[in-house]
Structure formats: structure tokens, C-alpha cells
Write a protein that binds this ligand. Sequence first.
Ligand code: ADP
Length: 245
Amino acid sequence: MLGARGLTKSFGGFVAVDGVDLAVQEGELRSIIGPNGAGKTTLFNVLTNALTPSGGQVYFGGEEITDVPQHERPHMGLVRSFQSNQLFEEQTVLENVRIVAQTIEQGPFSFDLFRTGRRVAEEDAYEILERVGLAEQAHESAANLSHGDQRRLTIAMSLATDPSVLLLDEPTSGMGPTETEETAAMIESLQSEYDLTLVLIEHDMSIVLSMSDRITVLNRGQVLATGPPDEIQANDAVQTAYLGG
Ligand code: ADP
């Protein structure tokens, strides 16, 4: 569903992503882990063409999309989650989900990724909010939400764009243990309800190990190991490089 071959990104002489091969299957939940500076965010950036790769290829649904511009990828179904700073804080939670849809229809202001496409009806926006556990806050302004609820809202906004592959960058960052668990459970249920392929950058190892179908470990820009959680936990190189021996 989503793949890379020899994907590389250099900044000057520094190679942040170094010949990464990736093959994420349809319906898979793949976590990307690795120490700070391993290249996880840069990998997302080259997969979405937010940054132009220095080398290698990106594949989506079996087709090479390396040169497809960033703004065209959501229309193909390859979507990276919105960031909290992309919320319309003065608007209601419901409007935030609908604004994305309207923006799809009316053309860009800040959401220039979504120029054309389908419009999400109010009831569909509600349904998405129910799925992410925000239906009760539908008419509150986004600014009034807790940090965790704002993160959930960004996921709701991403779902409104009808992704087939959704990239989530640290969806539980800044959350306490209970909220982290709730968000992990929510993400797992979304995966089956929306038939999603999910690629997650996540630092919370307990949820990575419990949720992932497979885990890719990055270290110094390279793939150190890819495999199911039990295999990754037992991998000596991973233990040494990342899990602290
Ligand atoms: P991670 O997400 O795993 O913490 P990053 O992808 O953010 O790692 O960063 C990988 C490495 O690339 C880091 O050493 C970082 O300093 C470097 N890097 C990231 N973006 C840039 C950039 N725009 N210019 C120069 N170096 C960068």
C-alpha cells in the first residue's frame, strides 16, 4: 500500500534518511520507532513529499509516486494528520471538521492540500466526531478543548479527507497514561472502521508493542529492523541501539 525503496534525504552533508526500504501492507498498523534524531519525522516528510527526497523511490498502491506533488497525495488517499496548530481555534469542533470539507470544495486558504474533492455532510462530520469521542464537544470552540482532545480533533479532520493510508506523527505526545491508552484504543478502532492503513511515529513503547502489526526501527537514518512486536523486542541490535540494552 505504501512503500519506499532506497529512500534518502540529505541536509548538506548530513544524511538524515539513509536508503530506507519500506513495505506497508494494506490494513496494516505500522509503527516507526527510533531514538531522537533517528530520522522518523524526515522519513514522513519525504514519504509525503513535504521534503523532496535526495534519492530513492516512494510507492503508493503499487505505483511509483516519488514525483507526485505533496498537495496531490491526499486526493490519492495518502494523508498525513493535521497538526494542532492547524486548528481553527475560534471555530467549533464540528466546524473544524467541516471547514476541511468546505476547503476541499471552495479552494485553499491555509489548507491548500485539499483543493478539490468531496464535501462531508454535517451528519458525516458528527459521525466522525463520535468515532473519535468528541461528539459531546461538537459545539465548543476548538480553543477550549484539552490538549488531548485537540489531538483527537486533528485526527477527525484527517478522517474527513477520506484517507486510505493515514500517517500519524506522535498522536499521543503530551498525553498522560490514561489519555494515551484511550487514544491508542481509538486509533485501533478507527483502523478497522475506516479500513485504514496506518503508519505511526510513536514514542510510547507500551502502546507501540500492543498496537502494531509490525514495527520499523530507525537508527541514524537507516532501518535497523522491521518485524512484529515480539521479534523486535527480542532483537539484539534493537536492544542495544534503542531499548537501552
Ligand atoms: P526524529 O524524528 O527521529 O527525531 P528527525 O527526522 O527530526 O528525527 O531528524 C533526523 C536528523 O535530521 C536530526 O539530526 C535532525 O537534526 C536532522 N534534520 C532534520 N531536519 C533538518 C533540516 N531541515 N535541516 C538540517 N537537519 C535536519
